[in-house]
Design a protein. Structure first.
Length: 316
């Protein structure tokens, strides 16, 4: 994991003091600002522990009831270390990746969400560094390097999630945002990874697509999830590739591994009464080249004149 330059250099440029352990922080700051009467002495250490070692100025001057001057003195004494404008590491600058993600979200204002590749890292569907941190906000904000800000005014509650205590775009929304920015094969792998982890919810993704028809990633995500619909369950890479080519050619999706009159068919179009058997060595003892099988099957479905076949059973 590679930290951003701003976070790496925080201690020397902004900390102005040696690292102090967080347990003594609240005690050191008491008396230097009016504390909220309902706040217990260990509230700040507990908050820092829950938030991976980071807090915001809104939390310090709001629920914790500290004055701005008390916060400034804590920075000078090395109890707080400024990571971003209005966001601090508590006691030390050895912040874990989760803390750096949360710091970026806290620095981006209310209702901000970790998003795009940073969210993919947090959902564990992409083996990438979360930095530089991508954050989506419901309103336009001034650039805050090294944070990458994205504006999305139509974020709903269904698009929001909390993972490891960090506000993040929901998995469906994360996939939609990535569909507009990453290579299609990367998107496919992320969808596959989310399905393997038990996180993928086809109905939630389709509901999101129904209300985001104007999003740049809409068409690509709809294509990526087409193979996960119930009618498109596949057992082999050849079947999957065949379905992908059907999508690319604009052909209707077949039912796969469909049982008809006691026979299991690899691909079947009930409306056309047309079936395709994708022969592979493991199941039929042949060694025909996969691309030749697919070519023959598609030709049988479309017909020589480019129109759908009248029906029948084809074997490739």
């Amino acid at each position: 994991f590679v930290r951003s330059e701003r976070v790496r250099g925080t201690k020397n440029r902004l900390g102005r003091g040696r690292d102090k352990g967080p347990p003594d922080l609240f005690t050191a700051m008491q008396g230097k600002g009016q504390a909220h009467p309902s706040v217990e002495p260990d509230s700040l250490p507990e908050l820092a522990k829950r938030q991976h070692g980071v807090v915001s100025i809104r939390q310090l001057t709001g629920p914790l009831g500290l004055s701005r001057s008390a916060v400034d003195r804590a920075v000078g004494a090395g109890h707080l270390h400024r990571l971003h404008r209005g966001v601090f590491a508590v006691g030390h600058t050895r912040i874990c990746p989760y803390g750096e993600c949360l710091a970026a979200v806290l620095a981006s204002g209310p209702r901000a969400l970790l998003s795009h590749l940073s969210a993919a890292w947090l959902w564990d569907i992409a083996k990438v560094s979360p930095a530089p941190f991508s954050v989506t906000t419901p309103v336009r904000r001034k650039p805050r390097p090294p944070i990458r800000l994205h504006e999305a005014r139509l974020i709903t509650e269904d698009d929001r999630a909390l993972r490891e205590g960090i506000p993040v775009t929901s998995l469906p929304r994360t996939l939609l945002d990535l569909a507009a920015t990453v290579r299609f094969d990367w998107l496919e792998k992320m969808v596959e990874r989310s399905e393997e982890m038990g996180l993928f919810d086809l109905r939630a993704v389709e509901a999101l697509l129904d209300r985001t028809t104007g999003h740049h990633g809409h068409k690509r995500l709809r294509r990526a999830i087409a193979l996960y619909r119930p009618s498109s369950f596949t057992r082999s890479g050849l079947e999957r590739r065949f379905l992908e080519l059907c999508l690319e050619a604009g052909l209707p999706q077949p039912r796969t591994n469909y049982v008809e009159e006691g026979f299991e068919l690899d691909c079947y179009w009930p409306a056309h009464r047309f079936a395709v058997e994708l022969d592979v060595f493991e199941t039929h003892g042949t060694r025909a080249e996969p691309h030749e099988l697919i070519k023959q099957a598609l030709a049988g479905l479309v017909g020589g004149d480019g129109c759908p076949s009248d029906g029948g059973f084809g074997s490739s």
